[in-house]
Design a protein around this ligand. Structure first.
Ligand code: THU
Length: 140
């Protein structure tokens, strides 16, 4: 079975999602978004129990803005690697938002199909958030 079929993410709600969301909100407070004024914070739990976070960081060259998920993934690797198991991102008002298309690809790479996301329509696995994803298996 390829990794794309191995989906066992915990979508039962047996997880402290409010705490993870609070970490995303705290990260959002550090956002640097002077151009869009749209602040984003992201937080994820790692399979060893760590929590990693990120905020968006914009640039005068608009196209090179870093999404909050970019910082989160960098922190994941900087602090020891591992796999993301739970993820949430929020806007400047602390409301749940969806990760953009590019960042869904980042989440797929670092969490795979079983990563559970708190989305605008409830808890969903990455398999649902990014169906038929291109990923590491395609390069095997
Ligand atoms: N943004 C993120 O940080 N993550 C996403 O998944 C969606 C978009 C940021 C990028 C930019 O700084 C701002 O939101 C507006 O697009």
């Amino acid at each position: 079975m390829g990794v794309a079929e191995d989906v066992t993410g915990d979508t039962t709600g047996d997880f402290d999602w409010e705490s993870l969301k609070a970490e995303a909100v705290a990260a959002m407070e550090h956002a640097y978004a002077p151009y869009s004024q749209y602040r984003v914070g992201a937080a994820a739990r790692v399979d060893d129990g760590r929590t990693v976070t990120g905020c968006n960081v914009e640039n005068a060259a608009y196209g090179v803005a870093l999404c909050a998920e970019c910082g989160l993934v960098s922190q994941l690797h900087l602090t020891g690697g591992g796999r993301l198991t739970h993820f949430v991102c929020v806007d400047g008002a602390g409301e749940i938002i969806m990760p953009c298309g590019r960042c869904r690809q980042l989440l797929w790479e670092n969490g795979g199909p079983s990563l559970v996301c708190w989305t605008v329509s409830g808890l969903k696995t990455m398999k649902e958030v990014l169906p038929d994803a291109f990923g590491p298996d395609d390069l095997a």
